[in-house]
Ligand binder design. Structure first.
Ligand code: 5GP
Ligand code: ZN
Length: 136
C-alpha cells in the first residue's frame, strides 16, 4: 500500500527503531510512546484491522507477539505488559494497517486502566443474545 506509513516502515522507506523481523512480521518502537519500550507489532501483509484480516496473518502476528512481549518486558526491566489493539476510528485507530501495541508496565507505575461504566452492565442478557445472533 503506497500511502501506508507502516508499509513504508516495513519496506525501510521510513526509518524506525526496529526490534524484530521475521518472514511475516516486523516490530519497532512507537514514535510517540506511552512508556519506554512501547513497541508496535505489525504483519508485513497490509490488512487494515481485525475486520478484514485473514486468520493466518492474525495468528502469525500473535505468534510474534508471544516472542516479543517477554523481550519488551525484560528489556526495560518491567513487570508486565499491555497488549492492546485499536480497530476502527471509534476505537482510536489512527494508522490503518493492523498493529498491536506492547506497552511495558511496572508494578508501582501509575496508569489508568479503562474506566468501568456502570451503565454498560444493563441489558446484559439482551446484548449477549444480540452478539450470539451475529455469530450464528
Ligand atoms: P493507533 O491509534 O492507530 O492504534 O496507533 C498508531 C500508533 O502508531 C501511535 O501510537 C503512533 O505513535 C504510532 N506511529 C504513527 N506514525 C508512526 C511512525 O511514523 N513511526 C512510528 N514508529 N510510530 C508511529
Ligand atoms: Zn500498510
Amino acid at each position: 500500500m503506497t500511502d501506508c506509513i507502516f508499509c513504508k516502515i516495513i519496506s525501510g522507506d521510513i526509518p524506525s527503531n526496529k526490534v524484530y523481523e521475521d518472514e511475516y512480521t516486523v516490530a519497532f518502537l512507537d514514535a510517540n510512546p506511552n512508556a519506554p519500550g512501547h513497541t508496535l507489532v505489525v504483519p508485513k501483509r497490509h490488512v487494515v484491522n481485525i475486520f478484514d484480516t485473514d486468520e493466518e496473518t492474525l495468528s502469525r502476528t500473535m505468534a510474534a507477539i508471544r516472542k516479543i512481549a517477554p523481550a519488551v518486558r525484560d528489556g526495560v526491566d518491567a513487570h508486565g505488559v499491555h497488549v492492546n489493539s485499536n480497530h476502527g476510528t471509534a476505537a482510536g485507530q489512527v494508522v490503518f494497517h493492523l498493529h498491536f501495541h506492547i506497552i511495558p508496565r511496572h508494578e508501582r507505575s501509575e496508569f489508568s486502566f479503562w474506566p468501568k461504566d456502570e451503565r454498560a452492565a444493563v441489558d446484559a442478557k439482551t446484548i449477549a443474545e444480540q452478539i450470539r445472533s451475529k455469530l450464528s
